[in-house]
Design a protein around this ligand. Structure first.
Ligand SMILES: [Zn+2]
Length: 205
């Protein structure tokens, strides 16, 4: 499985030597696919999906968690899955500090939320209000890793990419939805509908 991934990934890289090609790929995010989606490394659909991006050609690919860990050494993917699974069982628990840093990097938590969470994550007894704020941040991580959120962010990326070649297209509205998605970890029904409509009307033709 891992040998195949190297070969297949190489075919989508700029460099034709694995040692260099490997450096082109960065870990982007993870999501849960209830139906299972095709990935680059096995011939079977996977449900725990890791999204990787290529910084040379802006390509994105899906790979399984074990390939992310062992081939690309992106062990953060596994850590996100474990945190999400722990929080789905008990929303009062804590994600790890690396996962919290990842959320900050993705714009899902503000500097203030980051400080707050870091201060309460190891404490047993916290105030009710603090627990509520902590649960909101935990829920954001769970929501961010759903297929629906992933798919809406992907459509936004395609719209913005398409718009960069159409200078007269105004992207303010799409960008405001993107920021809301980053802030909340998910999109409202209305926002998903808006993005779907713009995507179908402008990008898919
Ligand atoms: Zn794999």
């Amino acid at each position: 499985m891992h040998v195949e991934l190297k070969e297949r990934l190489l075919a989508h890289s700029q460099s034709d030597c694995w040692e260099n090609a490997k450096e082109e790929w960065y870990f982007d995010n993870v999501f849960y696919a209830e139906e299972g989606v095709p990935c680059l490394c096995t011939d079977y659909p996977i449900k725990h999906v890791c999204v990787i991006g290529n910084c040379e050609n802006a390509d994105t690919k899906f790979i399984c968690r074990s390939c992310a860990n062992e081939v690309l050494e992106a062990d953060i993917a596994e850590e996100i899955f474990s945190s999400v699974e722990k929080l789905k069982e008990d929303i009062t628990k804590s994600m790890t500090s690396r996962v919290l840093e990842y959320m900050m990097f993705k714009g899902l938590v503000s500097g203030f939320e980051f400080e707050f969470y870091s201060n309460v994550m190891d404490k047993q007894d916290i105030l009710e209000g603090q627990m509520n704020s902590k649960k909101i941040i935990n829920q954001k991580l769970i929501d961010f890793t759903t297929y629906e959120t992933f798919s809406t962010f992907s459509k936004i990326r395609s719209i913005l990419l398409w718009a960069s070649g159409n200078k007269r297209y105004r992207t303010n509205f799409v960008e405001s939805i993107k920021r809301a998605g980053e802030r909340n970890g998910l999109f409202s029904k209305k926002q998903i509908q808006n993005i779907d409509e713009i995507y179908m009307k402008d990008v898919v033709e």
